[in-house]
Design a protein around this ligand. Sequence first.
Ligand SMILES: [Zn+2]
Ligand SMILES: [Zn+2]
Length: 342
Amino acid sequence: MSGANDELIVGTRDKRGDWRPNEPLQTGPLLKFPWQPLKVVAWLPKYLFPYNLAFFVVASILWLYTTPSRETLKTLELSWILYLFFRNAALIVLFFGAMELRLYVQRRQGNRYKYNGTFPKDKPSDVFLFKSQVIDSVIRTFVSGVPIWTAYEVGLLWAWANGWGPWTTFADHPVYLAIIAFLLPLFHEVHFWCVHRLIHVPFLYKYVHSVHHKSINPSPWSSLSMHPIEHLLYWSGTLLHLIIPSHPLLVLFHFQLTGPGAIVCHVGFDKIEVGEKKSFDTHAYAHYLHHKYFEVNYGDGNLPLDKWMGTWHDGTKDGDMLMQARFRKKKERMNASRDKSA
Ligand SMILES: [Zn+2]
Ligand SMILES: [Zn+2]
């Protein structure tokens, strides 16, 4: 939480109406060498609160109170499969819908802390079905996103109920499972980075990932607005639970991070105001820059993967210049190889 809601104290709005924070984005210190333990300790609260912890709490409630019994899950039946589908759909409506309503329909904080100064609704575009980013994204979310997420979830819970895979229990291995829970968001970041980098290969970009990039000015419903093949790849990371010893609660946590959790990067605002003087950070800027510039920030920077690969953009003017220099070099390389083959 931070005090005083004046976006010009912590950021700058340019002539085009776009806002950027003054502080450069930092990548997490966990894999920065030489290792600095104090920086890691200082980073931990930001890593855990509020998002990862909140999604763990949601997963725990789902697991303890709203998941069918092991006996039921043993046999594939339409009734509990549909139940899980509607449970997932309801979670999406709750998380995405609440943010959309507050920030984009009611516009409760105007465009304060909004990276792109305009709202998608004010600029209808032919790239979207019915010229609407929201309608297009809602259709993609519910027609392929939630069904593919549910299919993975059904498969994993069915495997657990039947004892297929190296499942364990909190009674037998509490510390191990706590460590896996702690690492799961980082695993997701690595998996997402790899899948994301892959679908930026020109052929896959053209036929698959360009769907997600139609949202140049991302808003909550852009989060899971993807081509079905991207949905398949995106949730393939949850198959981890069939490879390492795991527990169904962690399966549900993984799906909360990747389902409702996708909104954390797509909300379009740097801070969400709570009352007149308080606000909380969204952690959306790194991925916003990806939607704006396409070939930067394939990950969200908890791990320095983009830094290692030279694709990190820290959101500053210096970051812009580094990116432009990289794009220029890439263009020169492409021109040179074209001249050679001509
Ligand atoms: Zn995105
Ligand atoms: Zn992308």
